[in-house]
Design a protein around this ligand. Structure first.
Ligand code: FMN
Length: 197
């Protein structure tokens, strides 16, 4: 497989089993973040590992945070989160440090750099033939952020579930890239994907 074929074959994998990457593989995977494009070299991305032996202790705090009256999550959602997080072979919390001192780089740009860092991590997981899924949603709420011991200026960017893909490991069909590309020819551009409806 060429490098390009490798990139074109990446996909997310929600159904995972053991083994997860070992320490050396994890180190390689997270090192890929340090190759992300990064205005001002701020490196705003952060990773919090939640090892299996601490998973339940942390999940108790997550549950407590999710049960705070301001959230009102359905019981089924709380149970689903607990189940997904306790079954995942590896959980990596994604955080970003919002840097405002001594920089003119906007928080939007920092978020873009941090997102690019996560993308590199997803590709590195793929390169080592593991599976990964990036999730956010209500689970990234402030209470859950604090359950990890993080306060502002840190901000949650979600979680990665990492492990060995269960079953068939085949990329689903991809959208047609030409639908997302326009050529400017002196008039406002239009994208095929946005003009179909
Ligand atoms: C920032 C971000 C947050 C996401 N949050 C969720 C989520 O909470 N739940 C979910 O099912 N998918 C979520 N996804 C989508 C999956 O990670 C994945 O990209 C999607 O299932 C499409 O699969 P693909 O990457 O193979 O195209 C999120 C993706 C991104 C980039």
């Amino acid at each position: 497989m060429t490098n390009l074929e490798f990139l074109l074959s990446r996909f997310s994998c929600g159904s995972l089993k053991d083994p997860a990457p070992n320490n050396e593989e994890l180190h390689q995977i997270l090192s890929a973040s340090m190759r992300a494009p990064d205005h001002g070299r701020l490196r705003p991305w952060r990773f919090v590992l939640v090892p299996k032996e601490y998973r339940q202790q942390w999940l108790d705090r997550v549950e407590h945070a999710m049960r705070q009256p301001e959230y009102d999550y359905p019981e089924s959602y709380i149970q689903k989160v607990k189940h997904n997080f306790s079954c995942a072979p590896m959980v990596i919390a994604l955080a970003m440090r919002q840097i405002t001192e001594k920089t003119s780089v906007s928080i939007d740009e920092q978020l873009m750099a941090a997102s690019a860092a996560v993308m590199n991590v997803l590709n590195a997981v793929h390169a080592l033939k593991f599976g990964v899924k990036w999730v956010t949603g209500p689970i990234a709420n402030q209470g859950v952020v604090e359950s990890l011991g993080l306060q502002a200026p840190y901000r949650m960017m979600g979680f990665l579930f990492v492990g060995t893909p269960c079953g068939e490991n085949e990329a689903p069909p991809r959208a047609m890239v030409d639908d997302y590309v326009a050529v400017w020819q002196g008039r406002p551009v239009q994208f095929k994907i946005d003009s179909e409806n």
